[in-house]
Design a protein around this ligand. Structure first.
Ligand code: UDP
Ligand code: MG
Length: 320
């Protein structure tokens, strides 16, 4: 027997969950019929929703024992929800997907085939079009992938989504990365293993609305850069060296000029420009160091990534 754990992070998804449930049960029933040794569990993570999400999950659990849920004490973010799901999954295979049907469950059988064949440890989707997305966001996303891939040693695949079907071995590897500041796109790639990318078109949300906006995406991109690259820190040192060198040449030049031509009071504008430039650069570099320091500060605290308030009632004797 093989168990597939389906992990679904949910934040205010009361409209989407019933639609999602219909679709996932349809797909898993089909798979259970086709491959006789397969069973499923669905783990919904309620990431501090303020709507009726938790009640819907409780109701679903009462009717269908395959449905498990973990409810956080507040909103911890999708990264934390995915981590909680992975930690609590009992399956031999684990698949993560969004509740809003933007990650169509009908792709799961295909993903299962790829992974079961043994050729791949993971199957993921990669969107090849950004249809329906604001042009500015697409432009900056493109820039982000260029920047991060040129300065980070971990390859971040453009358009790769969090919709992933993985083996237990890969899940355990991901769980061994216990960092507090989690950037899954990087972590999935960092742990290695063979990944098959299935190319998909962008799908619109089934219901409800996305919690992402431009500022959140920008912060998320910077997060990715600071988590997976230390090049910005090196930039700071390189800039420092270049400007020390320029300053040295200017000093020597000024001394020679004064000795040869004597001293004249001039050059205030130049001084102001140089002082401003240097001040700006110093602040920029201190800021960069600050970014890393703040990440270290959070890591050093060793806080839990999420806090559970409620889970599905324990069923006796069904522990795997
Ligand atoms: N999500 C979550 N916590 C959050 C934000 C989102 O668990 O703080 C879930 C959300 O319910 C959905 C998935 O993460 O299942 C993707 O979120 P969303 O659809 O808002 O993002 P997008 O698809 O626009 O990238
Ligand atoms: Mg979505």
């Amino acid at each position: 027997m093989a168990l597939i754990s389906v992990i679904v992070p949910c934040y205010n998804e009361q409209e989407s969950i019933p639609l999602f449930y219909n679709e996932i049960t349809r797909v898993s029933d089909e798979m259970e019929n086709k491959y006789e040794d397969l069973t499923f569990e669905y783990i919904f993570i309620n990431d501090g929703s303020s709507d009726n999400t938790l009640n819907i999950l409780r109701g679903m659990n009462a009717l269908d024992k395959r449905v498990r849920y973990i409810s956080f004490s507040r909103n911890f973010g999708k990264e934390a929800a995915m981590y909680a799901g992975l930690q609590n999954a009992r399956g031999d295979y684990v698949v993560i997907l969004d509740a809003d049907l933007q990650h169509p469950p009908k792709l799961i059988p295909q993903m299962y085939e790829y992974v079961k064949s043994g050729e791949y440890d993971c199957a993921a989707t990669r969107r090849i079009s950004r249809k329906g997305e604001p042009k500015v966001i697409s432009f900056f996303s493109g820039c982000f992938y260029k920047v991060i891939n040129s300065i980070s040693q971990t390859k971040i695949v453009d358009g790769a989504q969090d919709f992933r079907f993985m083996t237990r071995q890969m899940v355990d590897a991901i769980l061994s990365l216990k960092e507090y500041n989690r950037f899954s796109k990087g972590i999935f790639s960092w742990v290695g293993f063979e990944t098959k990318y299935i190319e998909v078109e962008n799908t619109e949300r089934a219901a409800g609305k996305s919690t992402w906006n431009f500022t959140k995406l920008l912060r998320y991109s910077l997060e990715g850069i600071f988590e997976f690259s230390t090049v910005p820190l090196e930039v700071a040192s390189v800039l420092g060296i270049i400007f020390c060198f320029i300053a040295l040449i200017m000093m020597v030049g000024t001394i020679i000029k004064t000795l040869v031509f004597g001293e004249k009071v001039s050059g205030y504008p130049t001084i102001i420009c140089v002082v401003t430039l240097m001040g700006g650069l110093q602040l920029l570099c201190t800021g960069l160091i600050g970014q890393y320091l703040s990440k270290m500060y959070l890591e050093a605290k060793g806080r839990p990534i999420y806090i559970i308030k409620e889970t599905e009632p324990q069923q006796d004797g069904t522990e795997k």
